[in-house]
Ligand binder design. Sequence first.
Ligand code: K1U
Ligand code: ZN
Length: 176
Amino acid sequence: MTVRPIIILPDPKLRQVSKPMERVDDEVRQLASDMLETMYDAPGIGLAAIQVGEPVRMLVLDVSEKDEPKNPQVFINPEIMARSDARNVHEEGCLSIPDYYAEVERPAEVTVNYIDLDGKQQTVEASGILATCLQHEIDHLNGVLFIDHLSKLKRDIVLRRFRKLAKERPPVRMVG
Ligand code: K1U
Ligand code: ZN
């Protein structure tokens, strides 16, 4: 398992629409394992493959509480099949937009179809933080960020801050 670098706003890759995964093989299982390691290391409760630079439709999450056993979950080609009319407001953060948190309103419940690491089709009916996190991560697969759900004024302030930080930050050189 390897902790991979997480790409940060305004990296244009974050706006890419990720491609469906065609098979579940050892390479996919290795990527899932690296993503979980990267998520736990950050730390975070979710991660989409594009956040480690891989434009494929896979996400990982673990929304277990601190006093509960770990519950790593992997979702391949997830699709939202149904959304509740009822909505929830939750404070969200993003590992690609460090140290910025804001309240986002989304459907309170979603039904999601996906493929698991054994290649089996699954369905989950999610509510609470699981529903919020799944929607946040599925947005990443479509090039959408949680700041896109905020007012234009708030979004522009965040974008300006991160463009300035990127200019000050020397580019990361990948070795090997
Ligand atoms: O997608 C991401 O960048 C991960 C993001 C997921 C998320 C958080 C909150 C609401 C919706 C989706 C994060 O994990 S941000 C970090 C975070 O929430 C956290 C960090 C440490 C402990 C607990 C939570
Ligand atoms: Zn995010």
